[in-house]
Design a binder for this molecule. Structure first.
Ligand SMILES: [Cu+2]
Length: 597
């Protein structure tokens, strides 16, 4: 029938006009902000001791970035510290622009002392709470802060507007003043790496640590109001439970995307994750502890972590006696090893997934991967390790990631050979009872490599991350992907079953996240569309595991048009210390190409 083409042309013209109009409106509403972040050593006193630590603008946690959805910001980072640093905008997708993403030796080389670099951070579909942090060594222990992304101007939350809001940043504290130096010595020796001596809420330990009571964080509230709490877990290597005495919380968002409301008396939050919760102040006037406690998924024989509850105080305003101590959430805060409390909480999370906030879970998959996440060992040849004949390591599919000395992004963009290899496998090298209790130590020997996975533009990807119990080292692994959000369509305990488990997938309203924990002795399945051309880090957000090699990189190739291709680099990127080798590698790669021709 002749009616077909003109009608479809009319529809597409209509769609194009709408699209243009939407863009014009967005462009009119979005604004541009400029920030200066000065990194410098700052004296900080905690637990009766003063230490010199790197901070941004002298504050710990660092400054809050506050934007509306669709805004663009430029952050000029002035490094006045003593060592090279990079910053990352956790959960911000940075479409087509991995140059500003930040992970050291993945998308850039460090900003060296006495130099500066301006990051361009482009907020597109994110809404809610995210955060920024250093992404070099373990500098993020003190260099981190929240990012608040309000609804775009003229729109509002998908829940009644809260009366007020506040930010809760969970952090960790190390006794080692030169943390990075100790870390690098331990990594070279192959021994265990530092563990936090305590945890914090908004930079404070709370009432149960010496010299801390006077500075405990207080949230002063009015009776009968609703508060939006933006909770960030910025701890370097620890999952946490968090609960407020006598008050329920309603989860409404996670990782910069809205969720269906879930009423809960506690949350489980892994490092890297953010959660938005509503709190209604409907209890008797008084003081209530907001308490966090480490969730340890390590073997219960591992007790070398801080068992002190970290506290802040929710304090009602009004005339009443403050003589009684604050109430502690003893009945709602789960125990340190409460595996089921962690899993039960996470299983409730679902995307809002309505007409106004739609989701797009890939239904047809073009690339399937099955990746094991393990603790491992590396064999030391010729007694090269101080700790004996092996080093502690971790891996994805038994490949322990090694950072190159020239960043992967630069090597990809300029076609420099010898920096990485494009052979990260879709399947692990061997199959065994991954979650068994008596696995042979010979299975745990990993190979080192800088292996990346290359994806075509817009490929639909499904990944099953299977945790293993090699070296009796099963733990949760909060896996984080840069440049994309992904949907958690399934998770479970034990070994993934490729016949029965996919039948249980949630393809309707799975949570949309940038970080999600593979449970101890369990698995998760996630899906996403590789719609962001660039070079993107994929790693465990427990930095102990990340530094031991539980990492890989996904390169998403360019599409056919400029709009589906990576942007060119900015005029200045921090140079790599190994820059002299770049010219040599480039000429070697050109001559080897010539030889091939
Ligand atoms: Cu991990």
């Amino acid at each position: 029938m002749a009616i077909g083409p003109p009608l479809s042309a009319a529809i597409s013209l209509h769609a194009a006009v709408l699209f243009l109009l939407a863009n014009v409106l967005l462009a009119a509403r979005a604004s541009i902000h400029y920030y200066d972040f000065v990194l410098r050593e700052t004296n900080i006193t905690r637990n009766c001791t003063t230490m010199s630590l790197l901070t941004v603008n002298g504050s710990f946690p660092g400054p809050v970035i506050r934007v509306h959805k669709g805004d663009l910001i430029f952050v000029n980072v002035h490094n006045q510290g003593d060592y090279g640093v990079t910053l990352h905008w956790h959960g911000v997708k940075q479409p087509r622009n991995p140059w500003s993403d930040g992970p050291e030796y993945i998308t850039q080389c460090p900003i060296e002392p006495q130099t500066n670099f301006t990051y361009e951070v482009n907020f597109t579909d994110e809404e809610g709470t995210l955060w920024w942090h250093a992404h070099s060594d373990w500098t993020r222990a003190t260099v981190h802060g929240a990012i608040v992304i309000l609804p775009s101007e003229g729109s509002t939350f998908p829940f009644p507007k809260p009366d007020e809001e506040d930010i809760i940043v969970l952090g960790s504290w190390y006794e080692e003043e030169k943390l990075n130096e100790v870390l690098n010595e331990d990594l070279a020796a192959g021994s265990d790496v530092p563990r936090a001596s305590g945890y914090m809420i908004n930079g404070q330990f709370g009432d149960f640590v010496p010299c801390s009571k006077e500075t405990t964080y207080h949230l002063f509230v009015d009776y009968g109001k609703t508060y939006l709490l933006r909770i960030v877990n910025a701890a370097v290597s620890a999952e946490h439970f968090f609960s407020i005495a006598k008050h329920n919380m309603t989860i409404v968002g996670m990782d910069g995307a809205y969720t269906k409301p879930v009423v809960t008396s506690y949350i489980t939050i892994g490092p890297g994750q953010t959660m938005d919760v509503l709190l209604t102040t409907n209890q008797s006037l008084g003081r209530y502890y907001m308490a966090a406690r480490r969730y340890s998924s390590e073997d219960t024989e591992v007790t070398a972590f801080s068992h002190i509850n970290v506290t802040a105080i929710l304090q009602y305003k009004g005339n009443y006696s403050l003589t009684s101590p604050p109430i502690f959430p003893s009945d709602t805060l789960p125990g340190f090893y409460d595996y089921f409390a962690a899993a039960n909480f996470l299983a409730q999370l679902k995307s809002l997934a309505n007409e106004e906030y739609p989701i797009s879970v890939p239904q047809n998959i073009s690339t399937r991967m099955f990746i094991t996440a393990s603790l491992n060992e590396l064999l030391c040849e010729n007694d090269s390790c101080a700790s004996g004949d092996s080093k502690i390591a971790s891996s994805l599919s038994n490949i322990s990631w090694v950072n190159p000395s020239i960043d992967v992004l630069l090597a990809y963009y300029r076609n420099i050979s010898g920096v990485y290899t494009p052979d990260f496998p879709d399947l692990p090298p061997m199959w065994y009872n991954f979650t068994g209790d008596d696995l042979s130590t010979s299975l745990a020997v990993a190979a080192e490599g800088t292996k990346v996975k290359v994806l075509n533009y817009n490929e639909t990807v499904e990944i099953i991350f299977q945790g293993t119990n090699l070296l009796k080292g099963s733990e949760t692994h909060p896996m984080h992907l840069h440049g994309h959000s992904f949907y958690i369509v399934g998770s479970g305990f034990g070994n993934f079953d490729n016949e029965t488990d996919p039948q249980e997938y949630n393809l309707v309203d799975p949570p949309k996240v940038n970080t999600f924990s593979v449970p101890k002795k369990g698995w998760i399945t996630l899906r996403f569309t590789a719609s962001n051309p660039g070079v993107w880090f994929w790693h465990c957000h427990i930095d102990r595991h990340m530094s031991w090699g539980m990492d890989t990189v996904f390169i998403v190739l360019n599409g056919d048009t400029e709009e589906t291709s990576m942007r060119p680099p900015p005029s200045y990127m921090p140079p790599c210390a190994d820059a002299s080798k770049i010219a040599l590698k480039e000429s070697a790669s050109i001559s080897s190409n010539v030889n091939q021709i």
